[in-house]
Design a protein around this ligand. Sequence first.
Ligand SMILES: Cc1ncc(C[n+]2csc(CCOP(=O)(O)OP(=O)(O)O)c2C)c(N)n1
Ligand SMILES: [Mg+2]
Length: 369
Amino acid sequence: MAVTHTDPATKPSKAQPKATPKKSAAGSALGADLGLSSDDLLEMYRLVALSRAVDERMWVLNRAGRIPFVISGQGHEGAQVGITWALEKGKDWIAPFYRSIATCLTFGMSPRDIMTAQYATASDPSSGGRQMPGHYGSHEHNLVSVSSPVATQLLHAVGLALAAKIRKTGQVALTVMGEGSSNQGDVHEGLNFAAIHKLPFIFVVENNGYAISVPLARQVAGSSVAHRAAGYDIPGVTVDGTDVLACYAAARDAVGRARAGDGPSLIEAKVTRLTAHSSDDQQTKYRSEEELAAEKANDPVPKFRAQLADAGILTDEAEERIKASIVADVDDATDYAESQPDPQPSTAMKWVFAEDWPSEAPPPWGLGE
Ligand SMILES: Cc1ncc(C[n+]2csc(CCOP(=O)(O)OP(=O)(O)O)c2C)c(N)n1
Ligand SMILES: [Mg+2]
């Protein structure tokens, strides 16, 4: 297990006995065959549930007129936590996309980091309030700033993988996007290059069946992105993106290949899109009530909760503890972001061009007034 987490919410206090995981018919506890401990599973559950809670708060804040735009990860959290867990925090690299809230939280960003990006505050670590809403990134956590033109992040991640190979750092670079974005030319160019040079690169497609209002059958010939891997002579797997452990297993295999010098892998995670494309979209215009009900029944959050409860890992007491920590974290992130100032207009040009002048002084070419 590469990722280590120490969040107190998942650790039982001294007074409370640890849960006793049930053994499967084959005699092993849930996750044991993947090298995951009960503490790992509880922390993964906390991250899945935290991501959902942060996301839900974003919608409330949008409808209350506090933040301008939400593009949601609801329904994608299981795939994001499962896959990110296989990477090494602080070492590997991820080029995320706009739904990657759970990816960013699992890789080290905090709810405050996500919320200050929503509010575009001066203290927002993603961009100091310069990027579009939902464009997360963290220099500290090796998360490349989200690209607005979809699919360009694949080229960035392949470049990182090339650098890792040349420098022999042992790092892996992963990028992720939706299935609609995977039709862009950049994807073919980058995958071909990564495969030729056997780069330590992982391409994840979170296939939620829609590109805004366009259904899968109208975007992807043959309806499988994973099948395309054969054209690059790399492994391509389709995995149930609402199954956290299946996603972890697929990513662990891909990371193993990348670190061993065996080159890239493609993972297509079939996820659900529980919300409209964004807060500016109304999905009832193009999806039936039956379809939306089926999506809800395939929600990764209750699914993972039930799986851990059935395995004797998520006790009522542990769930209460995690829930309380999440409520506190989301409230704290909201209050913090509300309290933070906007960026100074005089700093608007900061980080646009290379800087060799004091940060608060106007750039050499002036501000145009
Ligand atoms: C190059 C480019 N074309 C179009 C857009 C507008 N756009 C933003 S998201 C999106 C849909 C992407 O769908 P998909 O890749 O399936 O991801 P999802 O939103 O479903 O997660 C489009 C067309 C864009 N940002 N960049
Ligand atoms: Mg999609």
